[in-house]
Design a protein around this ligand. Structure first.
Ligand code: NAD
Length: 295
């Protein structure tokens, strides 16, 4: 069995690493948050104090970090992964980052004889805990085959989409659809409310027709329940839309509906609501329409 190095033990990384330990993998871990490291050390992982050391002491290195600059710093920066790697290792980044950064990391590691995969996920902390994440992978077939058994511990719907960067492009597409659909559900339910029609009955009716979706189902219910506890935070989704918009810009492709959803999320951030669930877009639509809803 490959020895695993895991960097980034947050909301997602911690349960993912835990599932690998439970599956019998021996593991070296690193995070700048000492508490997270201690927790996994208690469960059998070996803590080390830098990304370089993780690379030196493992065969497959996995990262689950917040954003593109974090991955770039942890892999290519001082005391980074690249300083500790040797030929034949595999690097897997499972964070959601810009495809361009994924490609940059891939090329730098290839130069050291290290294969790399971008493998962002969807499914949230619930999927991370249950080992049922969807994993969207970019990279070579050979690297994918090597990583498959690890992915199967962490996820269920695991797809090799294409070459390096393709996993991140897929995740950006996912986040575009989710954001615009939440906005649509929020607008529809607020339209119902404002016209005096029961939004719960509207949701039920729509779920039986062409407009049905998981988002109408789950986030529609959240909006009815006034349950804006995350879930997936507005702040993180806004980061992902920045990735989609930047990628669109690089391709000279306007994404006007995505830009609007990003503006709405910026307004929520300005109101100090960045840590609410992204279904809180409904709060803003209601506010714009002067619709008051009892909690
Ligand atoms: P998080 O902020 O909870 O965890 C990130 C971890 O990385 C933290 O423990 C932090 O201390 C650590 N870290 C940051 N910089 C570091 C560095 N330089 N060296 C070592 N450790 C460092 O974030 P999360 O919710 O676990 O999300 C991780 C990634 O997964 C993000 O890209 C996010 O967009 C994506 N994602 C999150 C969810 C979700 O529901 N939370 C769902 C799908 C995808």
């Amino acid at each position: 069995m490959d020895k695993i190095g895991f960097i980034g033990l947050g909301v997602m990384g911690r349960p993912m690493a835990r599932n690998l330990i439970k599956a019998g993998y021996s593991m070296v871990v690193h995070d700048i948050n000492r508490e997270a490291v201690d927790e996994l050390a208690d469960e059998g992982a070996a803590p080390v104090s830098s990304a370089r050391e993780v690379a030196e002491k493992s065969d497959v290195i996995i990262t689950m970090l917040p954003d593109s600059p974090d991955v770039e710093a942890v892999v290519l920066g001082p005391e980074g992964v690249i300083e500790g790697v040797r030929s034949g290792q595999l690097f897997i980044d499972m964070s959601t980052i810009a495809p361009a950064t994924a490609l940059k990391v891939y090329q730098a590691l290839q130069g050291k004889g290290v294969d790399a995969l971008d493998a962002p996920v969807s499914g949230g902390d619930v999927g991370a805990k249950a080992g049922t994440l969807s994993i969207m992978v970019g990279g070579t077939d050979k690297a994918f085959k090597r990583a498959k058994s690890l992915f199967e511990v962490m996820g269920k719907n695991i797809v090799l989409i294409g070459e390096a960067g393709a996993g991140q492009v897929t995740k950006a597409c996912n986040q575009v659809v989710v954001a615009i659909t939440i906005q649509a559900v929020a607008e529809a339910m607020t339209l119902a409310r404002k016209t005096g029609v029961d939004p719960a009955k509207v949701r039920d009716a729509l779920l039986g027709g062409f407009a049905q979706s998981r988002i109408l189902d789950l986030h529609g219910q959240r909006i009815l329940d006034r349950n804006f506890e995350p879930g997936f935070r507005v702040r993180l989704h806004r980061k992902d839309l920045a990735i989609a918009l930047q990628t669109g810009h690089e391709q000279s492709l306007p994404l006007p509906a995505t830009a609007q959803a990003a503006d709405m999320m910026d307004a929520l951030l300005d109101q100090g609501k960045g840590d609410l669930d992204h279904s809180a877009l409904a709060l803003l639509v209601e506010e714009l329409g002067g619709v008051e809803v009892d909690a």
